[in-house]
Every structure is written in structure tokens, then in C-alpha cells.
Design a protein around this ligand. Sequence first.
Ligand code: HEC
Length: 127
Amino acid sequence: LTNFPSSSEDSSVNFSRVAIAMVAIALAICLSAFGFYRFQTSDPYISQVLSQQGEVEQGEQIFNLNCAACHGLNGVGLVGPSLEKVSHRKSQVALINQVISGNTPPMPKFQPSPELMADLLSYLDSL
Ligand code: HEC
């Protein structure tokens, strides 16, 4: 009752193995290219910030000292725009860059440690 495969079935099995191997190799190349791309673009400072769980209360203190003069208490807006729901409009990376770049004067360039930046981000997320 054993069902030996005919020779034509045999070659189709071989073909599908080759196809699977080719797909696997293609996938591996794509994944490593993606990993390399991520490695190229991810700034170590940004990945350090994003790897931490910030504390909202700590972030609020930093905000009140450094940002509230322009953005108002609770980020309601003053000289600088309102930051209410800003994290719905901007990505975490965009928010970090906004704070550290100094690209949008008169907003100055800040250089908080990754810990403090993570705290600040969690405060901005709460607005
Ligand atoms: C000297 C005033 C000033 C200070 C201090 C300041 N900002 Fe700003 N900020 C601005 C101005 C003005 C803009 C608008 C810039 C633009 O888009 O041209 C802005 C824009 C932003 C934006 C983008 C808002 C949006 O809707 O896209 C974020 C986020 C932000 N500030 C966060 C902060 C944080 C966090 C701090 C404290 C670490 C801070 N700012 C301190 C003046 C200030």
C-alpha cells in the first residue's frame, strides 16, 4: 500500500524546495537591509530616549522650568504654540528633534539627558 512518488512528483518536490529556499534567502536579504537601514538612521540619543519609560511628574517639572515661559503652564500656548495633543500630531522622534535641534527659532536648542528627555516626552504625551 505504500505510495511511491512518481518521478514527475519527485521533481516538483525538488522545485518547491528550491523555491522555498529562494524565498527564504530573499527574505533574509530584505530583513538585513532593513536592519542596516534602521542602524543607519537611528540616532543613539533618540534610541536611548525611546528605550526609557519617562515619568510624567518629573517631565512636568522640566517643562515648567524650561518651556512654560513660551508654551504656557500645561502647554496652553503663549509665545509658542499650544502643545495640547501635540503627540497626536507629531511622532515621538519629531518631538525629540523639535526639542534638541534648535531648528525653529526663537525656540532654543535644548540638550536634556536621555532620562530627562524621556520624562519630558511622557509629559508632552499627557497634554
Ligand atoms: C523661547 C520660547 C520657547 C521656549 C523656551 C520653548 N519653545 Fe517650543 N516652540 C516655540 C515656538 C515659537 C515654536 C513654533 C516654532 C515653529 O514651528 O516655527 C515652538 C514649537 C514647539 C513644538 C512644536 C509644536 C507643534 O505644534 O508642532 C514643540 C513640541 C515644542 N515647541 C516643545 C517645547 C518644549 C518641550 C520646550 C522646553 C524644553 C520648548 N518647546 C521651549 C517657542 C519656545
